[in-house]
Design a protein around this ligand. Structure first.
Ligand SMILES: Nc1ncnc2c1ncn2[C@@H]1O[C@H](COP(=O)(O)OP(=O)(O)O)[C@@H](O)[C@H]1O
Ligand SMILES: [Mg+2]
Length: 339
């Protein structure tokens, strides 16, 4: 039996990528167990955390006891080297860490302010609104902004764009880059696009995304949109509970990816009209029901206002509900021009 990892993966990822943490680092595991993990596709410690013990047991054909043991060993190892927070962490340490958290500029100062500085890493930012409100424009702008240096509002990293609606346009990236005095070719080189054709295809792409995130220095993962494929495939009340189950699994995987790889996740969502009447701007709800509402870290509602757009922070653990005005121009998302 060959115990070594896939040679292609090994040469591309392990040697060139400083973030790659091989499962060989788990010194307490037998050679046989390690080889079973590799055969099941678990090459990195981050894979173990992202997939969880149940998936580990199923894919590698090992007992749940072994799987839980490996999972806890992995968590302890990653705690020790500071990749994930220690089990018992003083709040002051967490606060210091939060002050250093990465943020990606949206392109608009107003919008950034609403988000407390920009799109946060280790979190899911969900943007929802009717068509034409700027969701896809925000995604395109963020793909450019993430590549800028820290001082310019970026994270010096690439973007992975999961496109479910066939609305990713490289030429739009080009115009935004030029308007922001960036080299379009270089910017395009650092965006990986995955076109998803069905909900299960989208899940497959997500399960393979760790490889790309590590090898391409991805700092921003985009889903535009996150649930449209689920909405079109699971029709009617009878399939609602299955759809919610699948969405629940999806959003939790996304969250584990955000936190384990310490990247920002930006996802767009459609709206559905809500029977609850009230303020005109609140008569639309994000699709996906409670699952997304409880799992996204930040939820932002976009709406049109003449030629501008309004972004409203609807749900956040640390921001008040408030709104701001932004605009869409040649350079993507920007502040409204002063008249
Ligand atoms: N190059 C551009 N310059 C200015 N505005 C643009 C440009 N491209 C698209 N837009 C504007 O963006 C809006 C569409 O936003 P989009 O992000 O596609 O909406 P959605 O919320 O449906 O994803 C339209 O109002 C369109 O006019
Ligand atoms: Mg769109």
């Amino acid at each position: 039996m060959n115990h070594s990892v896939d040679p292609e993966y090994s040469s591309v990822n392990q040697k060139s990528n400083k973030d790659f943490l091989s499962i060989d680092l788990l010194s307490d595991l037998s050679i046989d167990l390690l080889s079973q993990l590799k055969e099941g596709g678990f090459l990195s410690l981050k894979d173990v955390i992202i997939e969880g013990p149940l998936e580990l047991s199923t894919r590698c054909g090992i007992s749940m006891d072994d799987s839980n043991f490996i999972y806890n060993q992995t968590i302890t190892f990653l705690e020790d080297i500071g990749v994930i927070d220690m089990r018992f962490t003083p709040a002051t340490t967490l606060y210091d860490k939060r002050k250093r958290i990465g943020r990606i500029s949206t392109g608009s100062q107003n919008f950034n302010k609403l988000l407390g500085g920009g799109i946060e890493t280790n979190a899911i930012t969900e943007v929802y609104g009717e068509f034409g409100t700027g969701k896809t424009q925000l995604c395109h702008t963020a793909c450019v902004m993430v590549q800028l240096s820290y001082s310019q509002g970026g994270l010096d990293g690439g973007a992975l764009y999961i496109d479910t609606e066939n609305t990713f346009r490289p030429e739009r990236i080009e115009t935004i880059s030029k308007a922001r005095h960036q080299n379009p070719k270089q910017i395009l080189d650092n965006i990986v696009v995955a076109r998803a054709y069905s909900s299960s295809h989208q899940e497959l792409i997500l399960s393979e995304s760790s490889r790309i995130i590590e090898s391409q220095n991805i700092k921003l993962l985009i889903f535009d949109s996150a649930i449209s494929l689920y909405r079109s495939e699971f029709l009617g009340l009878s399939s609602l509970s299955l759809r919610q189950q699948r969405l629940n699994k999806l959003i939790h995987s996304i969250m584990r990816i955000a936190q384990t790889h310490q990247i920002a996740v930006l996802l767009t969502n459609q709206v559905q009209s809500s029977p609850e009447t009230g303020f005109a701007n609140l008569s639309f709800k994000a699709a996906g029901g409670n699952i997304f509402a409880h799992s996204s870290t930040y939820r932002i509602y976009l709406r049109k206002s003449n030629r501008n757009r309004i972004a409203r922070m609807v749900d956040s653990p640390n921001h008040p509900e408030s709104e701001t005005v932004f605009s869409i121009g040649e350079s993507g998302i920007t502040d409204p021009q002063k008249e």
